[in-house]
Design a protein around this ligand. Structure first.
Ligand code: N01
Length: 543
């Protein structure tokens, strides 16, 4: 179906994931007209697309849920400590129905362009179905990890077997029974899917360029009393989460240097947190993220665990990360990942010094000429993160300035919320905000609340334009870089700095100063009349 109409809204929201849905609800309740444009044929965003086997959230389900409505928290009963993708998707669909959101969402429609018109201070938003919507406020809720990245090796289209990307998995699932399968990549998606694929496939070969640090999830069924306690106190807990560094509760920081304690004490602390599972290990000592020697103690602890779990010493060594500090690539949380390499039908192939040269019709060939044959190849090769979803849309701001040109050397924003030269456009969890370094839902709610409050403020004062001031943007970008440079994070070739996409500018994209400090800064900016933003009335009124 195509549509050729011009429709006017106060706001167009791009994306119907957690961010787009909550933004729609808030705007509707505040009396703004809004339409959501979504490429998928249903709600869910990242949880709609990432249906690979084993997909689940690495933040505990009681914290990875909306916190804005205590009734909602009481109505939805999570079943496991870490929710599976199907359960999270059911939750998002439940939310969409509960608040009757679907009537304002246009599905199966991709936004192709968005152009700002100075004279009217409005955006025109074009879609692949021929729509041309106009709006005053353009809200990009396009997600940070929503553009799948396939390796740039020749021959991908020539493969005669089945090919899959974890980030765009078939909705009907895939049966690997009796098949020879390759998984390329060893990031979070691979680490979750490998144990499940290994159980199904006749044989699984894992191609690893960089080993990752992974910690056990220790998943379990959710305790009724735990669930009830959170359901009863959700608002209070969410407010508290917003004051923490990662938007996650229950990870107390042991405020001691890893180098100030004895080896036994250090090991005890790491063991204690390993037994808790998930990101608990991140708070073991106060200098793991900033001091290379302290960091090495955590890295070596995880390596010792890998050696304990994996029977074959050569495979264990190959799985041990060595050339970047612990935690500076996203820490993975797994269910039996390392154990999977003890299966007789699983083989690890390190391609660090011998990369994939070509995908062949029957499988793949490495640079040294070794050939492999497969029935199926799974690309668990990640995403064009943080900027990919924004830059694939032809976004043009004031005087036709293209966002692609403005961000030629990397993303620049003020608070991760706005871009100078692009008035009235907001980026939910955009680069320059804590986003991917935090519990995304906490950061999404904080941004959506801020944007909604901002639009109400402007409406009350008959203001029609808000734009990041260039000086404020420059200062914020400097600050984001300075804080990142205080840590070990920029030392890793991670997707946080765009290293996984050849040619992408190497800039540390998220803000690492912490959710608490960041939220406080955003609140202060608002309290000071949107300090650092330029506000102006309706263009016609100002003449
Ligand atoms: O992607 P990744 P992901 N040849 O970029 C390798 C979130 N997430 O989809 O490290 C060979 O982490 C690449 O190697 P290298 C989470 O934030 C959350 O796994 O670049 N290999 C790497 O091993 C996560 O961090 C959840 O050297 C190639 C892998 O592919 C983010 O999404 C679950 C290659 C890509 O790993 C992304 O995770 C899943 C090539 N040409 C994801 N190109 C949970 O909540 C890339 N690789 C649990």
């Amino acid at each position: 179906m195509t549509s050729n109409h011009s429709l006017e809204f106060d706001s167009i929201i791009v994306g119907a994931g957690f961010a787009g849905l909550y933004q729609l609800l808030r705007l509707r309740r505040a009396g703004f007209s809004a339409r959501v444009i979504e490429a998928g044929d249903n709600v869910g965003g990242t949880w709609y697309w990432n249906r690979y086997p084993g997909a689940r959230c690495d933040i505990e389900s009681l914290q990875y849920q909306y916190g804005f409505d205590p009734d909602l928290a009481r109505e939805w009963r999570w079943t496991e400590r870490y929710a599976t993708q199907p359960e999270i998707l059911r939750y998002i669909e439940f939310v969409a129905d509960r608040y009757d959101l679907r009537r304002d969402i246009q599905f199966s429609t991709r936004v192709t362009a968005a152009h700002y018109d100075d004279a009217s201070a409005r955006w025109t938003v074009h879609t692949d179905r021929g729509d041309a919507f106009t709006c005053r406020w353009l809200i990009m809720a396009t997600g940070c990890l929503s553009v799948p990245k396939t390796p740039e090796v020749p021959g991908i289209d020539a493969f005669e077997g089945e090919s899959y990307h974890t980030g765009a998995w078939p909705h009907d699932g895939v049966d690997f029974t009796g098949k020879r399968v390759a998984v390329i990549g060893t990031g979070s998606s691979a680490i979750q899917s490998i144990p499940i694929i290994a159980r199904q496939a006749e044989h699984l070969t894992v191609f690893q360029r960089t080993p990752n640090f992974s910690v056990p999830a220790h998943n379990s069924l959710l305790d009724e009393s735990q669930w009830q306690e959170v359901a009863a106190r959700i608002a209070e807990l969410r407010a508290e989460a917003r004051t923490t560094s990662a938007g996650i509760l229950g990870i107390p920081l042991n405020d001691v240097s890893a180098l100030a304690v004895s080896e036994e004490e250090r090991r005890r602390e790491f063991e204690r947190r390993w037994a808790i599972g998930g990101f608990a290990i991140g708070g073991a000592f106060n200098d793991i993220a900033i001091n290379l020697d302290a960091n090495e103690t955590a890295a070596e602890f995880v390596r010792s665990k890998i050696r304990e779990i994996v029977n074959d010493p050569e495979t264990a060594e190959a799985l041990c990360p060595r050339d970047y500090p612990f935690g500076t690539k996203r820490l993975c949380v797994d269910i039996s990942y390392y154990e999977t390499f003890n299966r007789p039908n699983v083989k690890l192939v390190s391609i660090r010094d011998n990369p994939i040269a070509e995908i062949t019709p029957k499988g793949l060939r490495l640079q040294d000429g070794t050939e492999y044959e497969f029935d199926a190849i799974v690309y668990a090769t990640g995403f064009d993160a943080m900027t990919g979803a924004l830059l694939r849309i032809d976004i043009r701001g004031r005087n036709g300035l293209a966002l692609r040109d403005k961000w030629e050397h990397g993303p620049r924003t003020y608070l991760g919320l706005q871009v100078a030269g692009f008035p009235n456009m907001f980026t939910i969890t955009g680069p320059g905000s804590p986003s991917v370094l935090s519990n995304m839902i906490v950061s999404i709610e904080q941004h959506v609340d801020w944007v909604t409050d901002c639009l109400e403020y402007l409406r009350e004062r008959d203001l029609a334009v808000i734009e990041a001031a260039p000086a404020a943007e420059d200062a914020w970008v400097d600050h984001v870089n300075q804080v990142a440079d205080l840590t070990l994070y920029p030392r890793a070739n991670s997707w946080y700095i765009g290293a996984n996409v050849p040619g992408k500018p190497r800039v540390f994209m998220p803000y690492i100063g912490g959710v608490g400090l960041y939220a406080q800064k955003c609140a202060e900016v608002a309290a000071n009349g949107y300090e650092g933003f330029l506000l102006s009335p309706e263009p016609a009124l100002s003449r």
